[in-house]
Write a protein that binds this ligand. Structure first.
Ligand code: CO
Length: 291
């Protein structure tokens, strides 16, 4: 793929780390082992993001059962695969195979029932699922879905040793594969060479976090080791973040978005604004009206 080299973005008042978070090992679906990095208690702090799961294993027992049919309403799911293959099918008639480096962006809207099942018996399965909330006016919109192949995700390099895949939003003048109004999500996958530096402008009011999944990096002198999420402070007047890779380099996700500032009511796979709306979602699901 064409990977132009970009000059560094100017960040003069960088955000610091407010807090380091260690994910919670858990299992979901039919017994898929994963680490819940962004947990329920951080939903308000990291509005509009509701959840981030990281999965990564060489053992098929940890993933083979997958995620059989289950519903969603009221938000979007963004699945990013680093390794392995997952087959998706939903009640709106969509089907797709998610492969290494690919992204599946699904807007559940008023409701879908879908399955996410591994399309392999062995080998490594690694990736992430992010849940992005929808504004109240969009929660009951028609479901939508897009499979984004690895080759469709814009990528660029910098002369400071960063390789950047722009899944959503905009970085160094490169438009990502997805753009979203209202929450304006930024979703970058960063590969930093040993000692590399990467600067990304961010609006101070946007909530932002960095999840390091290989190696180590530092943010304003604060070390962020692998398997840790750094929540970035919303320092008034700040204009971005600067990441500095450690001696072995780093791979990390940088995710940011504009908070919705609305009430969040969640019951499992339904995320609405009020308990009444949740009650209706459960009723609709039970009555077969959701999909
Ligand atoms: Co799902």
């Amino acid at each position: 793929m064409d990977a132009p080299t970009r000059t560094p973005a100017a960040v003069t008042r960088a955000r610091s780390v407010e807090r380091l978070v260690t994910g919670m090992p858990t299992s979901d679906g039919a017994g898929v082992k994963l680490v819940r990095v962004l947990t329920h208690d951080l939903q308000r702090r990291l509005d509009p993001f509701l959840m981030l799961d990281a999965f990564g294993t060489d053992n098929p027992d940890d993933y083979i059962a997958g995620f059989p049919d289950h519903p969603h309403r009221g938000f979007e799911t963004v699945t990013y695969m680093l390794e392995g293959r997952m087959r998706h099918r939903d009640s709106a008639g969509h089907e797709g195979l998610l492969g290494p480096g690919g992204v599946q962006w699904m807007t559940a809207g008023r409701g879908v029932i879908h399955s996410e099942l591994p399309e392999q018996q062995q080998g490594r399965m690694e990736g992430f699922q992010l849940w992005l909330n929808l504004h109240s006016k969009d929660k009951m919109r028609e479901p939508w879905y897009r499979d984004i192949a690895a080759s469709e995700i814009p990528q660029f390099g910098t002369d400071e040793g960063a390789t950047v895949r722009v899944i959503a939003g905009d970085s160094h003048g490169v438009a990502g594969a997805m753009q979203r109004e209202t929450t304006e999500p930024l979703y970058l996958d960063l590969q930093l060479a040993p000692g590399a530096r990467f600067a990304q402008p961010l609006a101070a009011a946007h909530n932002a976090f960095v999840y390091v999944y290989r190696g180590q990096l530092a943010i304003e002198g604060q070390a962020v080791p692998a398997q840790r999420m750094a929540i970035l402070a919303n320092t008034p007047g700040s204009d971005g973040v600067v990441l500095a890779a450690g001696p072995t380099g780093a791979r990390a996700l940088l995710i940011a978005g504009r908070p919705l500032g609305e009430p969040i009511a969640q019951y499992g796979p339904f995320v609405m604004n009020t308990h009444d709306e949740i009650f209706r979602a459960v009723e609709d699901f039970r009555a077969g009206r959701l999909a």
